[in-house]
Design a protein around this ligand. Structure first.
Ligand code: TXA
Ligand code: MG
Length: 322
């Protein structure tokens, strides 16, 4: 496979994006596969490179949170409160798009656009150097684990991008939280992610959580089986599973390092102290390492269902779903 240039040159990234090419960009959550969001030909390249079905819409990344109305018709009060509180950062807001500006391809024909202002300094600098926003899904082949380093992108989509902007390992490690607003103005969480539900509720009160658990392609994104390694992954009942699979080579993602494991178990601790934030940051890289290691199956334990632990558990359950 041909290697694409990896570097920290914002001008170079901007150069290719202005020409309608794809560039991988770092964000605080995961790496994105970016193109000019206002150019349908460029956006089409994203779907082709990822092998992504056209019914799965793309998030549009912006560099200025005071310019939301450039892209959307209306900003509900609670959306403004959330943007003020969490932008730049790992929060995506679904808002009624200006159809004359945002191409249908970006939103898969839906009337809303997912907008996000990332906080990674290189992403922000790039967005501010460009006269257009960037459509960017996670930079992985559809259904596989999201990339959290430039090297992950190189390994999987390397030959399909003009340049990989290297911003180091992603700080948050799971994708943005996606929030929409229903007819009654209620706040609805559609995807758990880098901003905890508790933190959103602290700003706007109780929210509804409507995660799509189905395999129904009419409901965009969030298919039950997603973020998945190729090896089988089983959750919880660690001790039982270790006995059950004692003849196999086992990969184990632990919350904290354990010293009581048999020799057939290769462990990757996700944190030193059990913090959900650390687990989120290390989760996808650990899944990749185990997927590539000489093991037969992966075991993992879920976290307490609070804060970022909920997003980590969501990714683990989708990775385990077959
Ligand atoms: O953290 C993130 O959000 C990363 C970084 C690169 O920004 N991006 C990301 O994009 O996770 P992607 O495409 O892998 O996941 C975006 C999800 C999809 O499941 C998609 O269905 C949903 O967002 N989405 C995007 N636009 C939407 C819309 N207009 N209506 C409903 N869902 C939408
Ligand atoms: Mg993705």
């Amino acid at each position: 496979m041909q290697n694409t240039e990896i570097g920290r040159d914002i001008e170079k990234a901007a150069y290719w994006l202005r020409r309608g090419k794809l560039v991988a960009i770092p964000t605080e959550t995961v790496y994105g596969l970016a193109a000019n969001a206002l150019n349908p030909d460029a956006v089409l390249g994203i779907f082709e490179a990822k092998n992504r079905p056209a019914f799965d819409p793309l998030i549009v990344h912006i560099g200025d949170r005071h310019a939301i109305t450039q892209w959307v018709e209306e900003v509900p009060v609670s959306a403004q409160i959330l943007a003020d509180a969490f932008w730049p950062g790992p929060l995506t807001l679904l808002l009624p798009k200006r159809s004359e500006i945002i191409p249908d391809l970006v939103t898969s024909g839906l009337p809303h656009v997912g907008l996000r202002m990332p906080s990674h300094p290189l992403a922000l600098a790039l967005l501010r150097a460009l006269p257009f926003p960037l459509a960017a899904p996670s930079a992985n082949p559809f259904g596989y684990i999201s990339p959290t380093t430039a090297r992950h992108v190189q390994d999987q989509l390397g030959e399909k991008v003009a340049y990989i902007l290297d911003g180091g390992a992603c700080e948050v490690g799971v994708e943005s939280t996606i929030v929409g607003f229903d007819e009654q103005g209620a706040v609805v969480v559609h995807r758990l992610g880098g901003i905890a539900v508790e933190d959103i509720e602290a700003c706007v009160g109780r929210v509804k959580i409507r995660l799509n658990q189905s395999d129904n392609p009419a409901a965009p994104g969030m298919l039950t089986s997603h973020y998945a390694p190729r090896k089988p992954l089983y959750l919880n009942n660690i001790e039982d599973n270790i006995s059950l699979y004692q003849g196999k080579k086992i990969g184990l993602m632990t919350l904290k390092k354990r010293s009581d494991l048999p020799a057939n178990v290769l462990q990757i601790p996700l944190s030193e102290t059990g913090l959900a934030h650390d687990c989120a940051r290390n989760l996808f890289a650990a899944m990749r390492t185990l997927d590539a290691a000489d093991i037969d199956l992966i075991l993992a334990e879920t976290l307490p269902d609070t804060g970022l632990g909920r997003a980590v558990n969501d990714r683990l359950r989708r990775a385990a779903a077959k």
